[in-house]
Design a protein around this ligand. Sequence first.
Ligand code: NI
Length: 136
Amino acid sequence: MPKVTVTRRVHFNAAHRLHSPQLSDEENARTFGPCSNPNYHGHNYELEISVRGEVDPVTGFVADLGEVKRIAEELVVAVLDHKNLNLDVGAFADLNPTTENIVVVIWQMLEGRLPGRLVKLVLWETPRNSVEYRGK
Ligand code: NI
């Protein structure tokens, strides 16, 4: 059967501050610019979740995208939406919430519920900046 990749897009907004304890205040300011401001700032994140598999001969679907949406809402959006990533989300207690680190954390949230099917995540932090992760 042909293998096809299908993608569901979900949205959340969240606040964060980029800061590395291994850098001085001056180095943090130089590295992260206004993203290092102590009082946090927000982003409207867009997450694209791609699932790959064979097209089911009965339904013609690779995956029920409604199910992918429900899994994403339960495991990702409910945890991250309208949160301060640094303060409210345990995964970022000691991890700088860059887009790169956020996409890896989201992969860890989702992969157990989409075993062997999750193939790619793309996380947009702004309409112009995105990161992509394929699980390794
Ligand atoms: Ni930011």
